[in-house]
Ligand binder design. Sequence first.
Ligand SMILES: [Zn+2]
Length: 112
Amino acid sequence: MMKYSNVFEIDGSAGDKYDVLVKSNGKHVCIMCSCPASDYNALCHHIIDVINDNPEVRDLLVESGQWQVYEAYLAKLDEAKKIKREAAALKKQFTRELVIPPKSWSVEEESE
Ligand SMILES: [Zn+2]
């Protein structure tokens, strides 16, 4: 089992820099970021960036089995985006049919 510890310096969106600490004992990987979101144990995009941009971090997660959960999360996220798009299209269709009267409904009919 590979022991690992490394700090990645990541650029924040506001020009600041954050340290992302990656530690592994081979069985378990912990990744901590110094940004404010990390105070709430959030999965910030700095951590995501480190995972996505560093094959060695990916390998650690594969080794520990945590990569499977990450992949399942990404797959569900894709699914959720697709469902959200489908819902938006149905809402659009429903709204169009609901609020726009058909052309066959003439002005005379309305004044009857
Ligand atoms: Zn962060």
